[in-house]
Ligand binder design. Structure first.
Ligand SMILES: NC(=O)c1ccc[n+]([C@@H]2O[C@H](COP(=O)([O-])OP(=O)(O)OC[C@H]3O[C@@H](n4cnc5c(N)ncnc54)[C@H](OP(=O)(O)O)[C@@H]3O)[C@@H](O)[C@H]2O)c1
Length: 306
């Protein structure tokens, strides 16, 4: 398939270009900065230059291009504020950006559309021991600090599923350029990164497994369906940080009281201290024929970080 990919230079995007080309697809990346052309080329793709938030520019640039599929992997999470702003740029990419890319999909004649979503769309709260599946309520505000992110996930999913596209609810990314690198960098600086007690449990996914699942969803996903893309082994943020410290040989993680974390970084307090979730990938395994090749963070960190 010819695939138009937004977010190609991000943590998952740069894994996706080789994963797609190795599977026989052709990638045209939508990049903002022409300086990234070479990087995309080295990864095996071509590029066009447009800002997804600029509808007129995007539609003009894609006019005359033909593609079978469009993928939305654009976020603005790098260097994001620890406080959610009403005009959060990632939320804008999930709402307005999705609608622009759906229009672009019509222009290029694409019949498939895959969007990035997140498991935290199930709600920033303690879900206990219940294993969350795609049948659980998703995208519903719960009266917590993370509600704007939930709303962003609802918006992209609602638009895409209505258009018979596919939504991928990724677990927390780790691997190169993702949470593990971020944690390792902070631990090297002896910065406190955890809520006291290690925080809640969450489901993870190595960035390479996330890319493989995305290719499987492109090829075999059912139109109008959402899929959880997580590994087999939910762990707490404390267990994650300890594993990263061992794999990256950094100082051990430091913690701080929840109230202090909430004061300085309320989103992280909501994500790491208040939220606990265990998510199932059974539907993705059944319908996409995909299973994570790294069943736990321990497998993933050992295989790629040492
Ligand atoms: N499931 C998860 O845990 C999850 C999901 C996503 C991200 N993250 C985390 O967030 C951090 C950053 O991730 P990331 O590298 O993917 O995010 P990022 O640095 O924000 O990059 C996202 C991609 O979107 C592109 N983009 C952003 N705004 C755009 C726009 N208006 N038009 C076109 N393209 C646009 C960026 O292009 P430019 O190169 O032009 O900036 C980049 O290719 C990582 O630690 C990652 O693990 C986690």
């Amino acid at each position: 398939m010819n695939v138009l990919l937004a977010g190609a230079t991000g943590a998952i995007g740069r894994r996706l270009i080789p994963a797609l080309t190795n599977a026989g697809h052709h990638v045209t990346a939508i990049i903002r900065n022409p300086g990234n052309r070479e990087r995309v080329k080295d990864l095996g793709g071509e590029s066009i230059v447009a800002d997804v938030m600029n509808r007129d520019q995007l539609l003009k640039v894609v006019d005359g291009i033909s593609a079978d599929a469009v993928m939305h992997q654009a976020t603005a999470l790098r260097g994001a504020s620890p406080r959610l702003r009403p005009d959060d740029p990632t939320n804008a990419l999930r709402s307005t950006g999705t609608s622009h890319l759906l229009e672009a999909a019509q222009v290029v004649g694409a019949s498939r559309f895959v969007t990035q979503s997140l498991i935290t769309g199930y709600g920033y709260l303690d879900h206990g021991d219940h294993e969350l599946t795609e049948d659980d309520p998703f995208g519903q505000p719960r009266g917590t600090y993370g509600d704007p992110v939930v709303e962003g996930c609802r918006s992209t999913e609602e638009q895409v599923l209505r258009a018979d596209g596919i939504a991928l609810r990724y677990g927390m990314f780790y691997g190169p350029h993702a949470f593990s690198d971020m944690f390792a960098g902070m631990m090297r600086k002896h910065l406190p990164i955890l809520p006291a007690g290690g925080g809640g449990t969450t489901s993870w996914i190595h960035i390479a497994d996330a890319a493989d699942a995305t290719v499987a969803a492109l090829e075999r996903g059912r139109p109008g369906q959402a899929y959880n893309i997580v590994d087999d082994t939910p762990v707490t943020w404390g267990q994650f940080a300890a594993a990263v410290a061992a794999a990256h040989r950094t100082p051990r993680p430091k913690a701080m009281p929840r109230w202090l974390l909430k004061l300085g970084a309320p989103y992280l307090a909501c994500l790491m201290a208040d939220t606990s979730m265990r998510v199932s990938h059974a539907k993705a395994t059944r319908e996409l024929g995909w299973t994570p090749s790294r069943p736990s963070i321990h497998d993933g960190l050992e295989r790629t970080e040492k």
